[in-house]
Design a protein around this ligand. Sequence first.
Ligand SMILES: [Zn+2]
Length: 76
Amino acid sequence: MSDESTAAGSPGECHRRGCDDPAQFVVLERYQEETGKGAVEAEAALCPTHTDEESPANLDGAYDDYVFRVEPISGE
Ligand SMILES: [Zn+2]
């Protein structure tokens, strides 16, 4: 989860490049920067297919408050 591009499609779409499916989950990972500058939160709205592919990517930065969480987006 190092994709920090803001060029994702309109809100509500999967954050993955080239995927137009509606986002149904938010994947959140909170970890400690290696530099010790503090916690970083990486959040991405994804379709079910890409949510399924997600996994903790920053275990090197795990600390007491480390979080890897998948939350359903409550519908509109
Ligand atoms: Zn997708």
